[in-house]
Design a protein around this ligand. Structure first.
Ligand code: CTP
Length: 412
């Protein structure tokens, strides 16, 4: 049910922490791998040694521990997980999460993560019913944090009511249901292009562009998180290879096209790469030299030829055409008009139009404002992180295929 899923279990200081070794055992039995983080409070109820023994991994407890940071680094702890599960989640932890307080490893991870977060609250009934806690829960739900429980029943404090942590088996089942609901692209194959292409002039010089690959890589990860089998074809970028994605590194536009063609057939293609439109007609075999004996000082004249248009190629009708082809339009003026023209010219299904004029900081930056343009309309998305853009696009793609399963009539 949880085959291959990587769960980062955050154990906070409630009496229900004594159930977490059993929770870890059941998560592993369901196919997940589990890494644990504990708060100081949690250590009063269950020892790191116990959780380390059942998880078969080191347990992380301290953000200021040089050993912990050296071995893993708190950002990597989240990066290497598919989901963060907080169980038990105390009222105090819920309050910190709701208000962005990061005063230990657990809460710092929760503030820094971009992965889905599920929480299994556990506390006294009156703490659970308190307006402060209920307001915090509503805030967290509005931010797409998923609540598991709490259940009703006898409590360790001798009272009866809502506030018991859900049983480990129910938490595992909720996690399974969560992954099923978030994997609408299971069984679908996706190709994503990302980053710049690099076009050689001679063995040491090249023509390239400022694309960082952040948007394309984030899209590959978001599609993977929704269950797709993703091939990411990327030009040279300074980014870590996304886990669980088939990464193919290329340099030139022609290499990119060859890698994309080799990855076909696919259901989805998203072309986020900033492909060089032109390349030098014939790359010099040897480094071009200055030659002052010539009239023009040996300044070379470069003859350019057009590169293959990968997006247009993918959009051509035919047996290998992906069901959904999405392009990007990097524009510096009249963004929507240019995007509409590009949609028609390239024959793709959707265009994510974005303004890349220098003052927006989009190229190389972490945020983007996208307008999703299709033949039936435009969706104006807010300015948000490239990861959030990626998630919104992946969700949009997920809905497209869910609709495709239920009807032939699809609209953007
Ligand atoms: N694209 C592509 N192959 C190319 C050029 C562009 O696959 N040789 C794709 C990009 O990945 C993007 C879309 O086409 O999805 C639009 O790229 P963009 O650079 O905005 O437009 P161009 O087609 O290059 O047109 P122009 O530079 O004139 O705006």
């Amino acid at each position: 049910m949880l085959n291959g899923k990587r769960v980062l279990l955050i154990v906070t200081g409630g009496i229900a922490a004594y159930k977490t070794p059993e929770l870890v055992r059941q998560l592993i039995k369901a196919g997940a791998s589990v890494r644990c983080v504990m708060t100081k409070g949690a250590e009063q109820f269950v020892t790191p040694l116990t959780l380390s023994s059942v998880s078969g991994d080191k347990v992380y407890t301290d953000i200021f521990s040089l050993t912990d940071e050296h071995e893993m680094g708190h950002i990597n702890l989240s990066r290497e997980a598919d989901v963060l599960l907080v169980a038990p989640a105390t009222a105090n932890t819920l309050a910190k999460m709701a208000h962005g307080i990061a005063d230990d490893l657990a809460t710092t991870l929760l503030l820094a993560t971009d992965k889905p977060v599920l929480v299994a609250p556990a506390m006294n009934v009156r703490m659970w019913e308190h307006d402060a806690t209920q307001d915090n829960v509503e805030l967290l739900k509005a931010r797409h944090v998923t609540m598991i429980g709490p259940d009703e029943g006898d409590m360790a404090c001798g009272e009866w009511g809502e506030g018991r942590m859900s049983e480990p088996a129910d938490i595992v089942a909720s996690l399974g249901a969560f992954f099923d609901a978030h994997a609408p692209l299971k069984g679908r194959k996706a190709i994503v292009t990302s980053g710049p292409t690099v076009e050689p002039i001679d063995p040491v010089r090249f023509i390239a562009n400022r694309s960082s690959g952040k948007q394309g890589h984030a899209i590959a990860e978001a599609l993977r998180d929704m269950g797709a089998d993703v091939t990411l074809v990327s030009g040279p970028v300074n980014l870590p290879a996304p886990s669980g994605v088939n990464l193919i590194n290329i340099e030139t536009a022609r290499d990119m096209k060859a890698a994309v063609d080799a990855a076909l057939p696919a259901d989805i293609a998203v072309c986020a790469a900033a492909v060089a439109d032109w390349r030098v007609d014939s790359e010099a075999d040897q480094k071009l030299k200055k030659d002052n004996s010539k009239d023009n000082g040996g300044i070379p004249t470069l003859t350019m030829v057009e590169n293959p248009d990968i997006l247009a190629g993918l959009s051509q009708p035919g047996p290998n055409r992906p069901a959904l082809v999405v392009g990007f339009a990097a524009e510096t003026e009249t963004v929507i008009e240019h995007a509409r023209a590009k949609l028609a010219k390239k024959g793709c299904d959707w265009i994510c139009a974005n303004d890349v004029s220098p003052e927006t900081g989009t190229f190389g930056g972490d945020a983007n404002t996208v307008h999703l343009v299709s033949r039936t309309g435009i969706e104006n998305w807010p300015n948000q992180s490239k990861r959030a853009v990626a998630r919104q696009l992946a969700e949009r793609i997920g809905n497209y295929f869910t609709d495709l399963n239920t009807s032939d009539q699809v609209e953007c």
